[in-house]
Design a protein around this ligand. Structure first.
Ligand code: NAD
Length: 450
């Protein structure tokens, strides 16, 4: 195939959040020797003990396996990065408070901390999602801070993993994108090919671009996905107005393979630590570049997405007889999506908080995200079981499509609630089953037989 033989490399991974912890463990599992660095000592301690600080399917087992080989270590000490062949930057790039733009300060801080430990001709690889133009500035910063100066090289290798499938997406991604620059570009590509030798050997496409294109590939992919979700949710709004069924509509249009069924599920919309902040940062960056007109549609994408949350609260109010004051609302789901405990910009928690602010007594359940939700939003009430959350409820809101909720026996749950009203915010439950068991079932974008 022309790719190099598998070679075990020494790798450092900076930032051990959803991306970095998985990346570090997977790189060790591929045979490399990995030191992972984070400024959060609690995270480092947990990871070093084999406990993932986040819930990601398979991660605990993978950590245990990788730690047992001795090839994976965690530390807060940047000096441990010295001597690595490749350094991955996986730190966060959240939305700046009160602005749309991304906060890239963690990326620059990581580069600054890493620089003094970079030997002659080492490759730093950015994986964080950044505004276009960041890589070039990071390279400047690295070269200014490193003893090796211009010997330091940089590649931008954006990450496309999906939480809930992070491990398989890391070791078997749809494609690799390498943004490279300068005289050493060929050598940098060859080195990255060694890092990813195993997945490349299975035929994973690998695209080599300049820095700017690589940075843009990531945010444009997310912009497209967000647009697809908001497209179908816009259709859901029209279906609601017209008395039509968006689920049937999505199925029908999805048979056209130019459209496809994926990412066409109408419901409460997208959330999490990526899509919302990435489309906003993309708009902000395009504005700085004088190309803001190109992305004004993303403002609509964002607005449609947020309107679904208000619609959900309106439906809950309607089911409670016109007011939420003093009503008991059960919320099924806190994570922004199933198979994750990530509650960043979670539509479910947003709806739960809105109902709480509207005067309801809200009790939230989630199979995995309760510990983090309790910590971040201590003002809300939580229950460890579905039954306890639904005890005496006037309405049940299904907001995160965990399999646990599809498996609920509607007849059994009916005995627990005060009145059997459910609103399916994810169009994931079987309306016939719930109605058959005596529930009033309503959903986003679907007709409501009375
Ligand atoms: P996260 O908040 O879970 O993790 C970031 C980690 O970086 C934290 O553990 C933090 O303590 C650490 N950190 C911050 N500053 C540091 C520093 N100077 N030195 C060392 N460590 C530092 O974020 P995440 O979800 O892992 O996202 C990381 C990046 O990857 C973001 O740019 C994100 O957009 C991108 N990304 C995330 C996903 C995903 O699904 N989570 C997917 C693709 C890309």
């Amino acid at each position: 195939t022309g790719y190099s033989r598998p070679v075990a490399l020494r790798i450092s991974v900076v930032g051990t959040g959803y991306l970095g912890a998985v990346h570090a463990a997977c790189m060790a599992d591929l045979g490399h020797t990995v030191v992972a660095i984070d400024v959060d000592p609690a995270k480092v301690e947990a990871l070093a003990a084999g406990r993932a600080p986040i819930f990601e399917p398979g991660l605990d087992e993978l950590l245990e396996r990788a730690l047992a080989t001795g090839r994976l270590t965690f530390t807060s000490d940047y000096a441990a990065a010295a001597g690595a062949d490749v350094h991955f930057i996986c730190v966060g790039t959240p939305q700046r408070r009160g602005e749309n733009a991304a906060d890239t300060s963690y990326v620059f801080a990581a580069a600054e901390s890493l620089a003094p430990h970079l030997g002659a001709s080492t490759l730093v690889v950015g994986k964080s999602t950044v505004p276009v133009g960041t890589a070039a500035r990071v390279l400047e910063r690295l070269r200014r801070g490193a003893p090796a100066g211009d010997g330091v090289r940089l590649a931008w290798n954006p990450e496309f993993l999906r939480e809930g499938f992070a491990i398989e997406d890391t070791v078997a991604p749809d494609r690799f994108v390498y943004g490279v620059d300068g005289d050493t570009a060929d050598a940098d590509v060859a080195l990255l090919d060694q890092v990813y030798a195993a997945p490349l050997a299975t035929g994973t496409p690998r695209l080599v671009t300049d820095f700017a294109t690589a940075e843009l590939v990531k945010v444009s992919a997310n912009a497209f996905l967000a647009t697809k979700i908001s497209f179908i949710n816009a259709m859901a709004e029209v279906c609601e107005a017209a008395g039509a069924d968006v689920v049937a509509l999505a199925e029908a249009i999805g048979h056209d393979d130019r459209i496809g069924h994926k990412f066409l599920g109408a419901g409460l919309g997208f959330g999490g630590g990526c899509l919302p902040k990435d489309i906003r940062a993309f708009m902000a960056r395009a504005g700085e570049l004088g190309a803001d007109q190109a992305l004004t549609f993303l403002r609509e994408v964002d607005a449609i997405n947020l309107r679904r949350r208000s619609r959900m609260v309106d439906l809950a109010r309607a089911e409670c007889g016109g007011t939420l004051i003093g009503k008991k609302v059960a919320v099924l789901g806190a994570a922004f999506k199933p198979n994750s405990d990530d509650i960043r910009d979670s539509p479910a928690l947003d709806v739960a908080r809105a109902a709480h602010l509207a005067g309801a007594t809200v009790t939230v359940h989630d199979p995995k995200a309760l510990p983090v939700a309790r910590r971040v939003h201590p003002d809300m009430s939580y229950a460890d079981t579905i039954e306890a959350a639904c005890e005496g409820a006037d309405v049940v809101l299904h907001l995160t499509e965990w399999k646990d909720y599809r498996d609920i026996d509607p007849a059994a749950l009916k005995a627990v609630v005060s009145s059997p009203h459910i609103i399916d915010g994810r169009n994931a439950l079987d309306p016939a089953r719930w109605r058959g068991a005596g529930w009033t079932y309503r959903a986003l974008g679907r007709p409501h037989p009375v």
